[in-house]
Unconditional design. Structure first.
Ligand SMILES: Nc1ncnc2c1ncn2[C@@H]1O[C@H](COP(=O)(O)OP(=O)(O)OP(=O)(O)O)[C@@H](O)[C@H]1O
Length: 917
């Protein structure tokens, strides 16, 4: 307290006002609805919104590192799945999951922050990206999928929206809400994903191989990346599905080079068996040199992780651990937390601290020798190539690079390509050491050069001269190129969609993400006036590389001219041409938007695909459509409509709720080929879908229901971290039917037992603190309680063995913190827990007891338990309205035949038992 005596009145008033304002600040903090902090994270701003919650940019207070906080309602069934799988992945092209925080109603995931946002937005803003960049990004995406597949997990919702770009412009796979393991079940039934990315077998409602549907989606992604439009797309969803099943995509040879076409057509093989494996994909010629590098990296990561040697081995980690120990932190607990993938605050702290340390380390000790070497090689070649290649207007064909090709070799060999690229000014920061770069963009070359110059001032004059001549020549080159690119604009002969100056063009996305700089590469609109300027443009336009390298010397001018025109969408001869928007602009939608739509996945608005451009250059605004949305268990939901009303809690649809689909144009000229199927699908696809609605899973029935439920939860009960993946198979058989509860819904059972039979038949001691009671004990608690699948199974086994004994009922009524959750010292007891005074399943022998309990008024909380020992009876404790613990237990007749009454046993409070009945 502040001593106010002895100070002047003014001072006293000042102090009072300071105290007052500080008090008020605290008060408003307590009463504010606005969330400013979650766990160790300070919320900075909202950066996105998913179907089930908001996404925030946040700061991890202890380390000051930015993270992405993704929130979801606990009753989103996919959140458990998402956390369960995501926490297993540790790969450079998959977003890292640092921590999971569970509050009363929400689950918060602290994820690696990717400021580059979605690949979808990136492509939308550029319309199309260079082939080189497509190859690089696609190799990274394929690597991520290969990694997940190698962990026996299938993603099942691969799409551009689920690939984010980090600050270095690298692809990061995210959103594992539909993931499941595919080790124990090779064919799947649950239909999920996003229509335009769905494989034909999914559309046809066949059982499917999870791995193969991911491969198909990769094909859709690659096609879209290269062409800027989806391979199978129509305003009418039924038509889209028809196309997926029956048609081949349109391979425009002007946009898709032969090697890319070859890869896409393999990925999009209608027969899943014909689709290539991911190593085959990564070896494909189109993806070289990136594919081989990523494949190598993925395999190395996998083998390291499989051998269990990834954590706490490096010098950096050991040093950090030591420092933490010296600071008084429990490093053993940190180790446990990481090794068991608990995703608690200790995991978060460790992973973020480690990231911080890595960053500092790379800043402190940049890889000088490598960068100097690389830059030297690049510059050597560049100074050479600037003279030869550019003048001849030729680009050397890409070199065939074997998997074993070293980075430096590639840099050396590929430097002609590298240096002749338009600057792909992707920010490659120094801390991206994990991610191998087979080639260097100009930006990274420059940065590497700067670094090397700063760090090693004693470089030879000769080298310095080369460096300066390199940059001089590049500067001239760029000036020359820029003049060519933009002179047309100044003259009014070229219209660029890059700026807002073009009427009707897409509004330029305000973005400070790396994609902005990438615009240079593929989407610039270049006015080509002469063969001379073409040469320079060729040099600067990486988008044209693949097209031009195929040409021989004599053909280059004409053919490159042609390909330039088509590739960049330019109109020559001084007239205006606007590139047609290929990838449709979808209105970003949240669940409320979605529920407005009639066809579920798409808003069925009949909109024109592209803007119409009038001769005077006026362009009508682009069509806005809802984005393609992910769905799950659509088929189950559609097929078994009779089940809709069976699940009163979750079912949001009754048959009468069916909304007539707007896409079925009765009497219209729908092609007869699929009109029948569209009629058939009326119930299915005409329904109003809310994405990932709980009802979608829970309303499914019979076999289909089982499949969707098992798809949803069975894998969670049985799967374990991939390192122990072999164990899954043996466990799964016992628990195929087991259905784990969702957050916030009534759990079928969570017995609290001290002893459980272990998987190996031995009796293992189980922590008596685990389970439902613990979960209820705090509003902010770590999600991962590590109740392993074997323990769940063990309950079942134990339960079967003890036939005749009651099955405990779950759900409590305010047990935590009331003293009713106390357990035997030995933990040798069994609980039946009430749901608001009601029993859905009553323990045997205790009906009357339960009735009695239910009739008690003002009961705050009730816990019923009995000893596991043979013949023991149920007794209950309850918390009365005054907060006193009371016990009621049956009075057994002397002959042992049954209960004659109930005793309110206040012995806990030192009172004599009273006869109640
Ligand atoms: N790690 C991240 N870094 C930066 N932004 C992110 C990250 N994760 C998500 N976002 C942003 O939040 C938005 C919504 O995230 P996300 O799509 O993962 O949520 P969701 O609930 O899975 O949505 P939906 O299921 O509708 O796809 C994304 O569009 C993206 O812009």
């Amino acid at each position: 307290m502040v001593n106010l005596t002895g100070s002047s009145k003014v001072e006293q008033n000042n102090i009072k006002s300071i105290i007052g304002s500080s008090y008020n600040r605290l008060y408003s903090q307590f009463t504010s609805d606005e969330l400013t902090e979650v766990g160790n994270y300070k919320i900075l701003k909202q950066i996105g919104e998913g179907s089930f919650g908001k996404v925030y940019l946040a700061l991890h207070r202890p380390t000051h590192r930015k993270v992405c906080l993704k929130t979801s309602d606990k009753n989103d069934p996919n959140i458990v799945r998402e956390v369960f799988y995501h926490r297993q992945f540790d790969f450079p092209y998959i977003t890292k999951l640092y921590e999971v925080i569970v509050t009363e109603t929400k689950v918060w995931m602290a994820l690696e922050y990717c400021p580059g946002k979605e690949l979808y937005d990136h492509l939308l803003s550029l319309h199309r990206i260079s082939l080189l960049e497509c190859g690089e990004l696609f190799a990274q995406i394929s690597g991520a999928v290969y990694y997940a597949h190698s962990m026996h997990c299938v993603h099942r919702d691969l799409k551009l929206e689920n690939i984010l770009l980090d600050k270095n412009g690298n692809a990061k796979l995210t959103d594992f809400g539909f993931t499941r393991e595919c080790m124990t079940k090779t064919t799947l039934e649950t239909v999920c994903g996003t229509t335009v990315y769905m494989a034909p077998e999914l559309i046809e409602r066949k059982t499917y191989d999870g791995f193969k549907i991911d491969i198909w989606s990769l094909g859709v992604i690659l096609y879209t990346l290269i062409t800027g439009s989806l391979p199978f797309d129509d305003d009418d969803e039924v038509k889209t599905k028809w196309k997926i099943v029956n048609e081949e995509p349109n391979y425009d040879s002007k946009l898709i080079p032969d090697d890319a076409k070859d890869l896409i057509s393999r990925l999009l093989a209608k027969n899943p068996k014909e689709r290539p494996s991911l190593p085959q994909v990564l070896h494909h010629q189109f993806l070289q040199p990136y594919g081989s590098v990523v494949l190598d990296q993925t395999e190395k990561t996998l083998s390291r992780q499989r051998s269990g040697g990834t954590h706490f081995k490096s010098k950096l980690e050991r040093r950090l651990l030591k420092r933490l120990k010296q600071s008084g932190l429990d490093t053993l607990a940190i180790k446990q937390s990481i090794l068991k993938r608990k995703c608690d605050s200790l995991s978060g702290l460790w992973l973020l601290l480690l990231a911080q340390e890595k960053k500092q380390e790379t800043c402190k000790y940049p890889k000088r020798s490598k960068s100097v070497l690389s830059v030297k090689k690049v510059i050597d070649n560049a100074t050479h190539n600037d003279d030869s290649n550019i003048d001849s207007g030729m680009l050397k064909p890409p070199l065939e690079l074997s998997r074993a090709t070293s980075l430096s070799k590639m840099l050396n060999k590929g430097s002609d390509i590298v240096t002749s690229m338009t600057p792909v000014s992707r920010k490659k920061s120094k801390d991206s050491t994990k991610i191998l770069r087979p080639t260097l963009s100009k930006a990274s070359t420059q940065r590497a050069y700067t670094q090397s110059m700063v760090n090693s001032p004693r470089k030879s004059n000769n080298f310095l001269q080369k460096v300066s001549s390199f940059f001089k020549s590049k500067k001239n080159l760029n000036n020359n190129m820029n003049n060519n690119i933009y002179s047309g604009t100044r003259e009014g002969s070229v219209a660029s969609t890059k700026g807002a100056s073009i009427p009707g063009s897409f509004p330029k996305k305000k973005s400070n993400s790396p994609q902005k700089s990438r615009t240079d590469v593929g989407a610039d609109f270049i006015k080509i006036n002469s063969k001379e300027s073409l040469k320079n443009n060729l040099v600067g336009t990486a988008a044209l590389q693949k097209a031009t390298i195929l040409l021989d010397n004599n053909e280059v001018s004409e053919k490159a001219m042609e390909s330039t025109n088509t590739t960049t969408g330019l109109l020559l001869n001084e007239s205006i041409r606007i590139e047609e928007p290929r990838l449709k602009r979808f209105k970003s939608s949240i669940s409320s938007d979605i529920s407005q739509t009639s066809t579920g996945n798409y808003d069925s608005e009949s909109v024109e695909n592209s803007r119409s451009v009038s001769l005077d250059g006026k362009v009508s605004p682009p069509p806005i459509r809802t984005r393609p949305l992910s769905e799950i268990s659509q088929i189950s939901n559609d097929t078994y409509t009779s089940e809709y009303s069976t699940d009163g809690n979750n079912s949001s649809f009754k048959i009468s709720d069916t909304i007539k689909p707007s896409y079925i144009r009765k009497g219209s000229e729908n092609t007869s080929q699929y009109s029948a199927s569209s009629e058939k699908m009326t119930n299915g696809y005409g329904r109003k879908f809310v994405r990932r609605d709980l009802s979608i899973i829970s309303t499914a029935s019979s076999a289909s229901e089982r499949s969707s439920r098992t798809d949803s939860f069975y894998d969670i009960t049985t799967a374990s971290p991939a390192i122990n993946a072999e164990n899954r198979g043996s466990r799964s058989n016992n628990s195929k039917e087991s259905v784990l509860p969702r957050f916030g819904t009534q759990r079928p059972w969570t017995g609290k037992r001290a002893y459980a039979t272990s998987r190996h038949g031995k009796t293992a001691r189980r922590s008596s603190k685990r389970g439902q009671f613990k979960i209820q004990s705090s509003n902010t608690d770590s999600i991962i309680q590590e109740v392993s699948s074997s323990e769940e199974e063990d309950h079942n086994v134990l339960d079967k063995k003890r036939t005749g004994l009651p099955t405990p009922v779950l759900q409590n009524k305010g047990l935590a913190g009331n003293g009713l959750d106390e357990h035997d010292e030995d933990g040798d007891d069994e609980y039946a827990i009430h749901t608001d005074g009601e029993f859905s399943v009553k323990p045997q022998y205790s009906d009357e007891l339960i009735d009695k309990q239910n009739s008690l008024s003002n009961v705050k909380a009730v816990a019923t338990k009995r000893s596991l020992s043979e013949g023991s009876n149920w007794s209950s404790k309850y918390l009365d309205s005054d907060g006193n613990r009371q016990r009621i237990s049956p009075m057994v007749e002397e002959n042992g035949e049954g209960s004659v009454g109930y005793v309110a046993d206040s012995s806990v409070d030192g009172e004599e038992p009273k006869l109640l009945l």
